[in-house]
Unconditional design. Structure first.
Length: 244
């Protein structure tokens, strides 16, 4: 019996939308909530605004994965990233390991040059809300982050292969994803209030306090002379929305 070949992230093909369409492909994400520009409107070297509600696209990269899983990168969107420990085992159950992950996230953030809008470290999985790196690609940054944690642990494998990537294209979705991740430990019964969970970006949004991971919020921008990252939430008021 032939076994399926293991997929190495370093071998994952990356094609531009134009090249993909020349090969007869047609992107069709499973979730109707994911915004994807009309391929027929994309022209090399030109900006495209497919609809009045869609952001201008300078370039877009389709990362082809196995079993029909597609990722849309270099779109200018933020990305809601989720990845889990191997077989969802609680490898991040201890406070020490969650702090180790935070340290790794900050190192990779600096190395690849991306903005972290929000994050949370749960006992068996992680949520991130980040933009696309200045140095390299998002998939390489996530690969480096996971590897940075793995080499400091005894468990092998430490992470599940691959990760979930949701393109966040407007302020409403940004708030929705921040609210979802910050409420996660409350929903799980780990704490009674989001602020009680130390390993997330919630306390920073509430008070402006600085933690291990630098958050690209209004608080951080104010300290830098109102230099906000290019994001859909650049007009957000100080602190977190009250609904978080």
């Amino acid at each position: 019996m032939n076994r399926p070949r293991a997929v190495d992230l370093r071998e994952t093909p990356i094609l531009t939308i134009e090249t993909y369409c020349q090969k007869g492909g047609q992107p069709s994400p499973r979730s109707p909530q994911i915004w994807v520009p009309q391929v027929s409107l994309l022209r090399p070297g030109r900006d495209v605004s497919p609809t009045t509600d869609s952001p201008t696209v300078h370039s877009i990269t389709l990362v082809l994965m196995t079993r029909g899983l597609h990722r849309y990168q270099q779109t200018g969107n933020f990305h809601f990233i989720t990845f889990s420990c191997y077989r969802r085992r609680p490898y991040l159950k201890s406070a020490a390991r969650r702090r180790l992950f935070e340290s790794a996230l900050e190192r990779i953030r600096k190395r690849y040059g991306f903005v972290v809008l929000g994050y949370i470290v749960m006992p068996e999985h992680v949520h991130l809300l980040v933009n696309e790196p200045k140095n390299g690609t998002l998939d390489r940054a996530i690969q480096a982050l996971k590897l940075s944690v793995t080499v400091r642990q005894k468990q092998r494998p430490f992470w599940q292969p691959r990760y979930y990537d949701f393109n966040v294209w407007n302020p409403e979705k940004t708030t929705e994803k921040l609210r979802y991740m910050h409420r996660n430990p409350v929903k799980r019964g780990l704490v009674t209030k989001p602020a009680d969970w130390e390993w997330s970006s919630f306390r920073h949004y509430m008070t402006g306090s600085e933690g291990t991971v630098q958050i690209g919020s209004f608080w951080t921008a104010t300290k830098r002379g109102n230099q906000l990252p290019k994001t859909q939430v650049s007009n957000a008021r100080p602190g977190a929305p009250s609904s978080l």
